[in-house]
Design a protein around this ligand. Sequence first.
Ligand code: FES
Length: 134
Amino acid sequence: MARINLDVNGKVHTIDADPDMPLLYALRNDVGLNNPHFGCGLAQCGACTVHLNGQPIRSCVTPVSAVGSGKVVTLAGLGTPEKPHAIQKAYVEEQVPQCGYCINGWIMTAAAPFQHIGILSLEFHVDKLSRPLL
Ligand code: FES
């Protein structure tokens, strides 16, 4: 066991954990978040996706010790009901979710480029992605 500080959604949490424990377990069991889900546990389905320093990662296969001083953002930290992230807003408007179990991975993966380039305009993103790559 080790004492580990995790910066999650802008708040530092100190937990006692095996350094090899998956980040997903720390987020769900120690930090108390329920939006990154356990699906396959093999980095295949994406249900556990969170951002680490703006990049999407599979938290089911990321040891909690690998986070270091990095900043973790989960679906809950992406936006709020009052001020959702552009991707969250689009998903609600278009009624995208089906059963909803893997929606965390869809949104966190789709939102990552926005975080990386700092652009929150869905229209900009769609415009760039809809053009042929020449
Ligand atoms: S639980 Fe399926 S990718 Fe992590």
